[in-house]
Design a binder for this molecule. Sequence first.
Ligand SMILES: [Zn+2]
Ligand SMILES: [Zn+2]
Length: 346
Amino acid sequence: MQVPANMRAMVLTAPGQPLALCTLPVPAPGHLQVLVKVIACGVCRTDLHIADGELPQPALPLVPGHEIVGEVVLAGAGVAHLRAGDQVGIPWLGYTCGQCRYCLAGKENLCDKSLFTGYTIDGGFAEYTVAWAAFCFRLPALYANAAGAPLLCAGLIGYRCYLKIDNNAQHIGLYGFGAAAHLLTQLAAWQQKDVYAFTNPGDSAIQDFACALGAVWAGDSTQPPPVRLDAAILFAPAGELVPQALAQLDKGGQLICGGIHMSDIPGFAYRLLWEERSIASVANLTRQDAEAYFTLAPKVPIVAAVKRFALHQANEALAALRSGALKGAAVLDLSLPVTDDHQPFT
Ligand SMILES: [Zn+2]
Ligand SMILES: [Zn+2]
């Protein structure tokens, strides 16, 4: 494939500013890297946290985006397992050192020297991107398209949260029913788990959506579910939900926080934690998580509900995510035409 000299990209130059449609040189793949033509890139809540300046030290100017579906167009020196034409997924975990004590212990998600796609290295809100080949993985044909993109972070992080839960947990609460929860509900329901979906108070449209995907109950986050929960996963970045969710856990219940950023957790009575309840967070992903997830996902099959935007509409996609009204996930679909009809960032 002929690689052009320049590409279009949506670029963050300063936190709090809208992304700008820019023309940039197409990056060249270095040693052990590949150049990938982006097919689609999901828009994740983490992109919103980066754009808003809630995560420290993004590599500005930055091309965000870490749910990349694309096709390899050029393999750099030393790349053996990928070649032009391969359809790959590029996730948040963009590089690890392989040598620190976390990497050596199989916890590369906690690597001291990790790089993150669309945060500390450029990501997929662009026509092309460069990635370390060892951190790209081949996608099943079912997911090599715009609808596959949300699985690369929302799907994977949800899955890692789910793996933290005791295998025997039956009643599982999901707080915040966005991209991650809508994908995880399908997997958990397929595995005969009972999913309880908690949404913004009064959001009956999202509650109906949760039930349609297999949740046995959906209600307001302020409401108690009909049973005590064995576990709950918090996807909403709202610290006040931590004591609320803890209060719904059965003895020995687990609360897993799946977000990378959350508002402060208010003080709460020790009795909410007593009786061996626990709180843990999940950080990033490992390549092993991705391998396991993409083996499982087509069997369910997990299908993302997506709202597609063209590349230049990245700000609108972020605004839609912020509004909380999306059923499922927002995705930049690079097959949609790019025009100059910018809408103001709201
Ligand atoms: Zn490391
Ligand atoms: Zn993400």
